[in-house]
Write a protein that binds this ligand. Structure first.
Ligand code: ADP
Ligand code: 5SP
Length: 470
């Protein structure tokens, strides 16, 4: 009988590192691990990359397979700016995707080049989230740090480099920097923003290198390129072009794999590349599960204690917002009456968060040349997909069938599929399809609550000045 082949996939997300050990032949999850890392609060969101590494090592150790894994790969939160000195040590904490201090730099860059030009060249009109905006913020606010920078990395690149010693990235995560084009790095733009291309990682596909001694894995284990977390989840689902996904986690995201290079000059849809050779148009919100949990806490209710009806509208933009692009917004509650209940206000918060994502769903598909089809089930993933209130809200506001995969850690599974592909020679998405990771519960559609959708859509433009800088 042949020995069991096991790989490890890692999701280094905003709040924690999660690892899964997976049997390459059957897709069975044979071990799991999770270790938190911390994020600063307020407009600035920063994390210590050293903490990511310690959390990764702890999570990998908890799987019980660290010393026997044949291959590994890392999926990571997108966009974060990691700056390293000449010795490879972080110069300062990483600036994360949800740090809105770089909104002014994003707007200035867009004014300078024009939204249509940037969307055509890099696929996206940058928001505060993009690495390019963060680099410009660093140069303006901490020039001494920018000058000392000897290498620029994304979160998953940093961790792959800690594992292998190789300064590499992949096209999926690179496409969220704002300085990557399908032909490679945009050297004209890089010159303009004072970033030497030599400081950037090489873009690879497939294998990044092998594990070094002294890390959590056996020396010589194969290490795949890794990718951004949304690209990894797309792989983990074995996603076919045109099937939409809605992910409810620290961020809310809606995306689809498309065959056509996406380009959206309005900036609603980011024209990302996926981790293969196709595309991943995506819209992202800053306020998702954490905003709902905070509002439930303020109301003194369990997150499931929602009640139907009423006229309340909650725009839960506690962290500012990215979709719509309102980086300086705060949360808004409107439409209260004497008869409004706390449970209705909580339901309105779910509705506000869900509506922002669902309003971008068709734009995502169209940006990549796919035809929206309301009969196609929406794949619902992320921590929030486990909640009843979230599921019912998405059914009610979308009016479409919803498929909730039984597998929970789809980012880590996608990374595991990348690792397994190195051992078997298959394509990573084919590995995930063989593993059957997208199988789950199909929820039948319910009538779309058009009145709630219209109430939210009508409140947003009327909030006007309330959403500019306080
Ligand atoms: N049963 C549940 N119902 C609703 N929300 C949940 C449930 N379980 C976890 N969550 C939410 O999911 C979030 C974590 O989701 P996850 O997808 O793991 O995050 P990340 O995007 O950082 O990877 C937490 O903020 C939590 O609020
Ligand atoms: O910025 C984006 C997508 O563009 C976010 O989706 C981040 O990639 C963070 O992911 P999570 O921690 O929520 O998984």
């Amino acid at each position: 009988m042949s020995a069991q082949r096991v790989v490890i996939g890692i999701d280094s997300s905003t709040q924690a590192a999660k690892a899964v050990a997976v049997d390459v032949d059957t897709g069975a999850v044979v071990g799991e691990g999770r270790a938190p890392h911390s994020v600063t609060s307020g407009a600035g969101r920063e994390s210590d990359p050293e903490q990511w590494w310690r959390a990764l090592c702890a999570a990998v150790g908890q799987t019980g397979w660290a010393d026997r894994a044949g291959a590994v790969s890392v999926g990571g939160q997108q966009h974060g700016l990691v700056t390293l000195d000449a010795s490879g040590a972080p110069i300062r904490p990483a600036l994360l995707w949800n740090d809105v201090r770089s909104a002014g730099q994003a707007a200035a860059l867009t004014d300078k080049y024009g939204a249509a030009t940037l969307a055509r060249r890099t696929g996206s009109v940058p928001t505060a989230a993009f690495t390019v905006s963060k680099w410009l913020w660093l140069r303006e606010n901490e020039p001494h740090h920018a000058e000392r920078t000897a290498a620029v990395r994304l979160p998953h690149d940093y961790l792959t480099e800690r594992l292998t010693g190789e300064g590499v990235t992949d096209r999926g995560d690179a496409s969220g920097t704002g300085w990557w084009t399908p032909q490679g790095y945009d050297t004209d733009l890089l010159r303009d923003i004072g970033l030497d291309p030599a400081l950037l990682p090489r873009v690879v596909s497939g294998q990044a290198g092998t594990a070094r001694a002294g890390g959590p894995l056996p020396e010589g284990a194969l290490v795949a390129s890794g990718t951004g977390d949304n690209m990894a989840a797309a792989l983990g689902l074995g996603l076919e072009p045109g099937t939409p996904v809605l992910s409810l986690g620290t961020s809310g995201t809606v995306y689809a794999v498309t065959r056509q290079h996406p380009e959206d000059p309005t900036g609603v849809v980011a024209g990302f590349a996926d981790a293969l050779d196709t595309w991943l148009p995506l819209a992202c919100t800053l306020n998702c599960t954490q905003a709902i949990d905070k509002i439930a806490e303020l109301l003194g209710r369990d997150r499931e204690a929602v009640e139907p009806g009423g006229s309340a509208v909650v725009l839960p933009f506690l962290d500012g917002e990215r979709t719509p692009n309102l980086p300086h917004a705060a949360g808004l509650v409107y439409g209260l009456r004497h008869e409004t209940t706390a449970g209705q206000v909580l339901q309105a918060a779910y509705d506000g968060a869900a509506a922002a994502l669902l309003s971008a769903l068709d734009d995502v598909l169209r940006a990549g040349g796919e035809r929206p089809d309301p009969a196609t089930p929406l794949l619902l993933i992320g921590g929030g997909a486990r909640g009843d209130a979230w599921r019912r809200t998405i059914l009610r506001l979308s009016g479409r069938p919803v498929l909730v995969p039984a597998a929970t850690e789809l980012v880590a599974l996608g990374a595991a599929a990348q690792a397994a592909a190195l051992l078997t020679g298959e394509a990573p998405d084919a590995v995930a399809r063989r593993w059957g990771t997208a199988r789950g519960e199909l929820l039948e559609p319910v009538a779309k609550d058009e009145a709630a959708v219209e109430r939210i859509a009508g409140t947003l433009p009327r909030a006007g000045q309330l959403f500019t800088r306080l």
